[in-house]
Design a protein around this ligand. Structure first.
Ligand code: SF4
Length: 380
């Protein structure tokens, strides 16, 4: 089973009005201390020596790290873990933060995959979200990445944005296709209850599209991406052949990963924990040589199975029924036949007896409802 490292970088140049990730406004002095703390956490990991296949810098805005800071962190990873020669090393980047020299330095340090948070190719939508870049800045960022030698670039888009309807959404999809990234992620914008965006929407008179329009946006967006040669492999992700996100597959295929940095979550050899969330407290504790891991617990067989079913269903390949039966001694379909049959009849679920259980594309729109079937006491 593959193993990866997730490195959290909790700093952003400004805070977007819809964001509820673990992040704060960039403070250069705190960032320097944070990098020291991260390096210390990595070098003192009890899991040292385990082979690593993927490293993912997520945030926040990891592209606010200088190339020297990134190199120090990667050096600590390589000194502590045998990192595979062909490891996938991804950096999430905001388009407005990158420069030609900076990207070339990241590439030299070992980063071989860039994931840009583009979100939209329409400036009016980007402004509404409080993003700092424009569509042209995003295009330039992709050109700079190519110039710096990156041959594995992913672009994120969001749909169901305030004021966005089908034609505007497809305009962004077409703009993405024109840039020919190797991978793309399309996410539905979820506006949490206290998001500042809610007030701005009320003031601006912007509404989100009705549910059925959002569903059509998702379906037509995927069709366009497929027509352009991308293959969907997960509810929100498409890739060119051979370019699936190996790190994210760890999460969906129940692999093992260590989360490093404040608020990062880990699942490793059947144990799950998280690091405390506050950046300042994380730095303080690491500096004092104290523990930052909290809420560690061993997953029960029920929880592990639930996770395999939940995550497996996110993938277009679906759940491998044979593997689940061999590992957990459970015939998943027989156990939930009443509820699952209904979904099969509705055409949102495909059941190949003894082989796999997978969502249809329409099923991906109601994935949460279907996944609820698996909650609670499947293994006895
Ligand atoms: S850049 Fe990303 S992490 Fe930072 S505030 Fe915006 S959405 Fe949140």
């Amino acid at each position: 089973m593959a193993r990866g490292l997730y490195v959290h970088v909790p700093f952003c140049a400004a805070i977007c009005n819809y964001c509820n990730f673990n992040r704060g406004v960039l403070d250069e002095a705190l960032k320097r201390l944070y990098v020291d703390a991260l390096v210390a956490e990595i070098r003192h990991c009890p899991e040292a020596g385990a082979p690593i296949d993927t490293i993912f810098f997520g945030g926040g805005t990891p592209s606010l790290l200088t190339s020297e800071e990134l190199s120090r962190i990667l050096r600590a990873c390589r000194d502590t873990f045998p990192v595979a020669a062909d490891a996938e090393i991804t950096l999430e980047a905001n388009p407005e933060t990158v420069s030609e020299g900076g990207l070339a330095a990241y590439r030299s340090a070992g980063v071989n995959r860039l994931s840009y948070g583009v979100q939209s190719f329409r400036d009016v939508e980007l402004r509404r979200l409080g993003r700092l870049h424009s569509a042209e800045t995003a295009r330039r960022a992709v050109r700079l990445a190519r110039g710096a030698g990156f041959d594995n670039v992913s672009l994120d888009l969001m749909l169901w944005l305030p004021g966005q309807r089908l034609p505007e959404w497809l305009e962004s999809v077409d703009a993405l296709v024109a840039l020919a990234p190797e991978h793309a992620s399309i996410y539905l914008l979820e506006i949490y209850p206290n998001a500042p965006l809610r007030d701005e929407m009320a003031r601006g008179g912007w509404s989100v599209a009705p549910d059925e329009v959002a569903a059509e946006m998702y379906l037509q967006g995927l069709s366009r991406l497929e027509a352009a040669g991308y293959e969907q492999y997960e509810i929100s992700n498409v890739a060119r052949p051979g370019r699936r996100a190996r790190h994210n597959l760890l999460y969906w295929q129940s692999g093992h990963w260590l989360g490093l940095g404040c608020g990062a979550h880990s699942t490793w050899d059947g144990v799950r924990w998280r690091n405390l969330s506050s950046t300042a407290e994380y730095v303080e504790r690491m500096t004092a040589g104290r523990r930052v891991r909290v809420e560690a617990r061993t997953l029960s067989a029920e929880e592990r199975l639930e996770e395999v079913l939940f995550m497996g269903l996110r993938l277009t390949e679906g759940i491998d029924l044979q593997a689940v039966a061999a590992r957990y001694g459970v015939d998943v379909f027989a156990r939930h036949e009443d509820q699952l049959s209904r979904f099969v009849e509705l055409g949102v679920l495909v059941h190949e007896p003894g082989r796999r259980l997978a969502l249809t594309r329409e099923g991906m729109l109601v994935a949460n409802e279907i996944m609820m079937v698996f909650i609670g006491g499947t293994v006895r």
